[in-house]
Design a protein around this ligand. Structure first.
Ligand code: FES
Ligand SMILES: [Fe+2]
Length: 406
């Protein structure tokens, strides 16, 4: 199906046309134009603390080795041998002094440089045969990669979000739990659902009882004012909302920071609203708020004063998406003493399982020949921004600029 025609048929303020969730060619374009060109969160620096520690990140048939080298830097290397293309690392994580290809034994350093190639001819230039390196950015302990060598630097995201997130000290946080939730839907339906809370009251009673985002924005404004007035006293920024899905159609600048109030005396996101872990970083108390964060098009976070929940969405096929959730706590928190893993993860486990059902039901309905995109409601404004971003990104900067001018 012709992509341009499909995008042209999108009606502002409505859902996307059916084809973008179903057409294999459009899915391939999504991968090429978005996932091979945008900044994606792949893991936390604490997963590879020592020299030689690595983990793999896989997407769309590509495999990337994230490895800590002898200088302490994190490298993102394509898991494809420069001899005849074999995969090098198989295990999803591990520790290696060197990266050795099992096929003919070529050996690479932790920075990807080719160190040894048995029986190679005299004079073979090894410097040109290192593993391909991807762009990598470690932002407050969060590792992002970008396949595109010409990608817009991570700077805009870092400059805006860096100071706002600093009190959580994410670079020193500890991973308390990680879990993958496979969702049988196109990746866009998973993100559209993540971006709106219009469905929360009906679908997430466990969340809605304590979170202001489940209510229309106006109803929360007074309460948010009280939260922001307390921010200084607990070591948080007074900033309320910063949104930028799209800057002049430039991929790589997607970011947002959005404070909202917790309800009914809740201090955090837990079953009864009581703390589930020690305060994070330099935060000194509970201000009665929570923070939604968005870094790059497919990475989201929810920061409470005592823990942070990160969401990574990765397409696994036209109708399959992984939502991997990471729960971060204070670096010194000890499981069983300072936090109970089941209590910490309860809210977002139950909520994500409910979302999985909702999204899969959404995909089944959108698959109908008779599906027609309906109007988005005011509480779906962030989802609308995502759709605008998607359409503009898929058109490409030149086409988007032409349309704006015209
Ligand atoms: S393919 Fe890796 S050494 Fe031959
Ligand atoms: Fe939800």
């Amino acid at each position: 199906m012709e992509l341009k025609k499909v995008l042209d048929s999108w009606q502002h303020g409505h859902g996307l046309p059916r084809a973008v969730y179903q057409d294999p060619e459009i899915y391939e374009s999504d991968i090429r134009r978005i996932f091979l060109k945008s900044w994606q969160y792949v893991g936390h620096a604490s997963q590879i603390p020592q020299r030689g520690d690595y983990f793999l990140f896989e997407i769309a048939g590509e495999s990337v080795i994230l490895v800590r080298d002898g200088e302490g830097a994190v490298n993102a290397l394509l898991n494809v041998c420069r001899h005849r293309g074999s995969r090098i690392c198989d295990a999803p994580e591990g520790r290696e002094a060197r990266l050795t290809c099992k096929y003919h034994g070529w050996t690479y350093g932790l920075d990807g440089s080719l160190r040894a190639a048995g029986f190679s001819p005299e004079g073979m230039d090894k410097t040109r045969l290192g593993l391909k390196r991807l762009q990598v950015k470690v932002f407050q302990g969060l590792i992002f990669i970008n396949f595109d060598p010409d990608a817009v630097p991570f700077d805009a995201i870092e400059e805006d979000l860096g100071p706002l997130l600093a009190p959580w000290c994410l670079d020193r946080a500890k991973i308390a739990h990680r879990q993958n939730y496979p969702i049988a839907s196109n990746w866009k339906l998973s993100i559209e659902n993540y971006c709106e809370c219009y469905h929360c009251l009906a679908a997430h009673p466990e969340y809605s009882v304590g979170h202001g985002l489940a209510l229309p924005r106006k109803e929360c404004e007074v309460m948010l004012g009280q939260v922001l007035a307390r921010a200084d006293s607990v070591g948080l920024s007074r900033a309320g909302t910063l949104h930028s899905w799209l800057e002049a159609g430039v991929l790589g600048t997607e970011r947002s920071f959005d404070r909202y109030p917790l309800l009914r005396g809740h201090l955090t996101g837990s079953r009864d609203g009581k703390p589930v872990a020690p305060l994070m970083g330099t935060i000194t108390g509970y201000d009665g708020g929570a923070t939604d964060v968005h870094m790059g098009p497919t990475t989201f976070g929810l920061a409470y004063c005592d823990h942070v929940v990160l969401y990574r969405f990765t397409p696994r096929g036209l109708r399959n998406t992984d939502c991997e959730i990471t729960w971060l706590v204070n670096e010194s928190a000890i499981e069983g003493k300072d936090y109970d893993r089941a209590a910490l993860t309860w809210l977002w486990d139950v909520t994500t399982l409910a979302d999985k059902q909702i999204i899969e039901r959404n995909q089944a309905g959108v698959d109908s020949r008779f599906y027609e995109p309906g109007p988005l409601m005011p509480m779906e404004d962030f989802t609308h921004r995502f759709l605008e971003w998607y359409v503009a990104t898929m058109r490409g900067p030149a086409d988007s600029a032409k349309r704006r001018a015209g």
